[in-house]
Design a protein around this ligand. Structure first.
Ligand SMILES: Nc1nc2c(ncn2[C@@H]2O[C@H](COP(=O)(O)O[C@H]3[C@@H](O)[C@H](n4cnc5c(=O)[nH]c(N)nc54)O[C@@H]3COP(=O)(O)O)[C@@H](O)[C@H]2O)c(=O)[nH]1
Length: 958
């Protein structure tokens, strides 16, 4: 459309840069070129005034986008540019890039380009495109960047490059004059437009479209005239049609190749991204696995390790990659791992094996490893992939299951019950014990019958304790399938799951019939005098203690009658022990007839008898009269003739009586008083009776005087330790019992049976016992350094008073450390009284000392309580058969039977055994026969000074 008259023409600012022959400033500074001429023709037709603005390509582009110029010619359409520029529809020119070569350069296809020096306009689209295309063809040309296309042609002409990349128009312009020829390599066909800033010049672009559309339909139009002028059209006309079609085919193929390459690149990018994502996913999975996952190469170096493996070796080593197991683990561990690696890599085996490696804390970890050889396509192995799973817990669980299973096969009866207390499983021993089949028991409540030692139903107590405290242990009476009742030791333990709820109860049950019988037998023998069948001292003292304690409540006072036969020793000497024993038995029977059923007639030993009269009266007078009547009755009865064998014998007795006239008088005092009264009766001519009166207590003052002397002798040389040998079955001295001796400055030697009870009663036994322990340990320490003596043990007596001291354990610990003895060589001799009195304190003290290594021997065994339950709970090493059993072991079947039972018990409980008071070879042989292999007694040596004892030990090696 022409500008109307009077209307100023539309000024159109046109960017001009150099790209001859399409657009450039000529030698006169005038805008020139094909596209400038086409635009001038359009401007003339439209009535525009063109103003040319010189700029470099990039600046021109920016100016067009910013609206600083209205049109920019020679712009190829691209997606990217269409975002900042508007284009008209009808291309102003078509063009493509082509490679031009010197005639001597063999370059006719893309496959010839490797190694060729090819000039290309620096930073141009062609440079990028050509580079990309060469890459897609897998070619490696050597690109030579040039400042202008013309420079490129000059360079080729001079031999500085083999070929040049240029647009078809530039080639037509510059090649012929330089003797350069085009090659069939064409690419990047483009459509060229005039472009304008986005949304700025729609009318201008529409006008250009209108003109081009009309002109390109008309071969005689200005448009073709201009192309003619620039020889482009004639050049096109000269090109044979087949070349033109060929070029187009190549261009199409190239376009397809480029498109394919672009698609492939996209696919590769897509696949690479997918691969990366998949790798990441795989890494995340592998890292989140607890097991150790790794890849090793053929030199057994780690090529990959998941996070679990890195964490395992963290701190021991930096990066694990490239390291071998010898860098990570101790040689034996690394060697074991290597053996399996070799199987996978060198022998190409799929290895599944258990391996052991240290975990992060250095603890042994058992892993189940699977090692798989990694193969290349050609079958060669390039490494191994390993997965090692921690199976330590499984192994431990299997181990404990195995242990549990073997425990379940034990000789002890066992059952497993559910939380409902119903049996789930029992072992064979349990079936054998109860007489039931396992199938009968499944689902039954346990125990179906259980009485505690007190005869009451123990089940509620038992389940309460098991549920609330985790465990119940005790002795019960239960019965077998055939109805036989039997005593059992039952332990029920609650097993809790991870939520602390009870999942099972485990019960162990042992038939203790045999032990009970042995225990009862020992108890019976221990409570009764074997000769007469009368209660012995122990039972008497128990009953006396009971009466004495009831005195206050009942208001009734007990009386104690003490008596022995006058001149019994003479009778024995004259008629022999057998007749003496018969006499004693008959005396016992006769006294029984003089007393009521509730009274106790006891034999203390020898010819000493005691009668405990229960509740003889409320007043001293009443009680005295009653006791007196019985006492005289006894004297009269004893005075009656005894028929022993075919002979009649006569004897008398002296009797002392004591009343518990007030409740402050305890059992001991009663016994002493009755004893004093009896001596008084003897002093007064025998065959008579005396009641205790305080005058007799002058004996007590004697005792007090002794007590004072003991006190002053403490810390002086008045006390000394003697050592009595203890020997084994071969008679070799293995140790000694340390025994106190006292040489009183006033009275000379006084035996321990005299001063120990006084020291115990007064509390002086505590410092005295401490001194004895220290002296014995010092002696033991001295032997420690002497060959032949260093293995000796020393037994030291500990009285109950001393043991009960709070500081007792510390005293022993200090003594052991002060003297430097080996605790295992020290044996503490305790009596049964210590065990039964305050059992918890006893257990704790013994446990502490046992931990130190000290041993315990139970003295005077068989004379006291001999309770199995104590023996089982206490850490005792040895039982000592009391010398009272040994004395008559050959003649008294009761004593022999007690000794046998004690030996059997020690064997059942796994304890050592020693007999004391062994005086004859016969006794020793008998003891050896019944299984006692350690002895102490005059047969092997009396208690002696340390120096004599040492000589005895050395003498046995001479
Ligand atoms: N608390 C402490 N008690 C002690 C200590 N030293 C001794 N005693 C206790 O005094 C009781 C009497 O002891 P003792 O007179 O020394 O008699 C011991 C042995 O001499 C005696 N024995 C040893 N062999 C025979 C033998 O063949 N025949 C026979 N008739 N007697 C023999 O036995 C006594 C050892 O007995 P035991 O201790 O039961 O092993 C005595 O109870 C001592 O325990 C002391 O330091 N502390």
């Amino acid at each position: 459309m022409l500008a109307q008259a009077g209307t100023p023409p539309r000024v159109v600012r046109v960017g001009i840069y150099t790209n001859a022959p399409k657009i450039y400033f000529d030698g006169q500074g005038q805008a020139n070129g094909i596209l400038v001429d086409v635009l001038r023709a359009i401007a003339a037709a439209e009535g525009w005034e063109l103003r040319f603005v010189g700029c470099e390509w990039a600046r021109c582009l920016a100016a067009a986008s910013a609206g600083d110029i209205d049109l920019l010619p020679d712009v190829a359409w691209s997606e990217e540019r269409s975002r900042i520029l508007d284009f008209h529809q009808v291309p102003a020119l078509f063009s493509w890039s082509q490679i031009y070569r010197r005639t001597d350069v063999p370059l006719n296809a893309m496959t010839d380009t490797t190694g060729k020096r090819i000039a290309v306009l620096s930073g141009s689209i062609q440079q990028n495109f050509f580079t990309e295309m060469a890459k897609n063809f897998g070619m490696k040309p050597q690109l030579v960047p040039v400042a202008s296309v013309e420079d490129g042609f000059d360079l080729v002409e001079r031999g500085g490059a083999d070929a040049v990349v240029a647009s078809k128009y530039a080639g037509t312009l510059y090649a012929p004059s330089r003797g350069i020829v085009e090659t069939p390599i064409m690419f990047q066909p483009v459509r060229l437009f005039y472009a304008s800033g986005k949304g700025r010049n729609a009318a201008l672009l529409a006008a250009i479209d209108r003109r081009l559309d009309a002109w390109q339909r008309d071969p005689d139009s200005d448009y073709f005239g201009i192309l003619e002028h620039w020889q482009t059209r004639s050049m096109l006309a000269q090109v044979p049609a087949y070349i033109w079609w060929g070029a187009l085919l190549v261009i199409a193929m190239l376009a397809m190749a480029v498109a394919t390459a672009a698609w492939l690149r996209k696919q590769v990018a897509h696949k690479t991204g997918a691969l990366r994502e998949s790798e990441q996913r795989l890494a995340t999975i592998l890292d989140s696995v607890d097991g150790l996952i790794y890849i090793k190469d053929t030199s057994y170096r780690y090529a990959y390790a998941n996070r679990a493996l890195e964490a395992l070796v963290e701190g021991r080593i930096g990066d694990i990659i490239g390291k071998q197991d010898t860098d990570l683990f101790a040689p034996p561990v690394a060697a074991a791992l290597h053996r399996n690696d070799v199987r996978a890599i060198a022998k190409r085996e799929r290895v599944v094996a258990e391996e052991t490696v240290p975990d992060r804390h250095g603890r042994q970890m058992t892993v189940l490893s699977t090692k798989i050889p990694l193969h290349r396509d050609d079958g060669s192995v390039y490494g191994l992939c390993g997965i090692s799973i921690d199976i330590s817990e499984r192994r431990a669980a299997e181990e404990s299951t195995r242990v549990a299973a073997s425990v379940f096969r034990s000789a002890e009866g066992m059952f497993i019950a559910g939380p409902d207390r119903r049996i789930q499983r029992v072992n064979e021993a349990f079936c054998a014990m109860t007489g039931h089949e396992a199938t009968d028991l499944a689902g039954a409540f346990v125990p179906w019958f259980a009485l505690g030692s007190d005869g009451a139903d123990a089940r509620d107590i038992m389940w309460d304790a098991a549920e609330n405290h985790g465990k119940w242990q005790g002795e019960i009476w239960t019965h077998r399938k055939n109805g036989d009742a039997y005593p059992a030791r039952l332990t029920v333990t609650a097993v809790r799951d991870e939520n602390a709820s009870i999942s099972h109860f485990v019960g162990t049950q042992g038939d203790i019939t045999e032990q009970k019988l042995a225990q009862d037998e020992i108890a019976k023998l221990a409570y009764f005098d074997s000769l007469t069948g009368l209660p012995n001292r122990r039972l008497l003292l128990e009953r006396l203690g009971h009466c004495v304690s009831l005195r206050e409540r009942s208001g009734q006072m007990p009386a104690l009658l003490f008596f022995d036969l006058d001149n019994f020793k003479d009778f024995n000497d004259l008629h022999g022990h057998q007749l003496g024993d018969q006499l004693l038995r008959q005396v016992g029977e006769r006294i029984r007839t003089c007393t009521r059923a509730g009274d106790t007639v006891a034999r203390l030993g020898g010819d000493e008898f005691v009668v405990l009269l229960d509740n003889v009266g409320r007043t001293e007078q009443e009680a005295g009269a009653h006791a007196s009547a019985i006492g005289w009755k006894i004297i009269a009865a004893v005075a009656e003739p005894f028929i022993i064998g075919s002979t009649t014998h006569r004897t008398t007795c002296s009797l002392g009586a004591a009343l518990q006239s007030d409740s402050g008088i305890d059992s001991d005092e009663m016994m002493k008083r009755a004893d004093m009264a009896m001596y008084s009766a003897k002093k007064d001519g025998r065959n008579t009776m005396r009641f205790f009166d305080p005058g007799m207590a002058s004996d007590v003052s004697h005792r007090l005087a002794l007590e004072e002397e003991i006190r002053t002798s403490l810390g002086t040389s008045g006390f000394s330790m003697h050592y009595q040998p203890q020997v084994d079955v071969q008679g070799r001295i293995t140790g000694a019992e340390a025994l106190l001796r006292w040489n009183s400055p006033k009275r000379g030697a006084i035996g321990p049976s005299v001063f120990i009870p006084i020291a115990e009663a007064s509390g002086l036994i505590v410092p005295l016992g401490r001194w004895a322990l220290h002296t014995a340990c010092a002696q033991l320490a001295c032997w420690k350094s002497q060959p032949g003596l260093r293995d000796l043990t020393v037994s030291v007596n500990v009285s109950i008073r001393q043991f009960r001291e709070r500081s007792f354990v510390q005293d022993v610990v200090d003594t052991v450390s002060d003297t430097g003895v080996s605790p295992s060589k020290l044996k503490l001799e305790l009596t049964e009284t210590v065990l039964i009195d305050d059992v918890d304190d006893t257990i704790e003290k013994m446990r502490q000392l046992k931990e130190l290594g000290v041993n315990f021997s139970l003295d005077d065994f068989g004379t006291g309580y001999s309770s199995l339950s104590y023996l089982k709970r206490l850490p005792i090493n040895q039982l000592k058969i009391d010398r009272s059993f040994v004395r008559d072991i050959l003649t008294n079947p009761n004593d022999a039977s007690i000794a046998r039972s004690i030996v059997a018990l020690s064997q059942a409980l796994g304890l050592g055994i020693i007999a004391e008071g062994v005086e004859t070879e016969e006794q020793r042989n008998f003891l050896a026969e019944i299984g006692c292999s350690f002895y102490q007694g005059y047969l092997f040596g009396r208690p002696m000074e340390a120096a004599s004892f040492e000589r005895s030990v050395r003498a046995q090696d001479d």
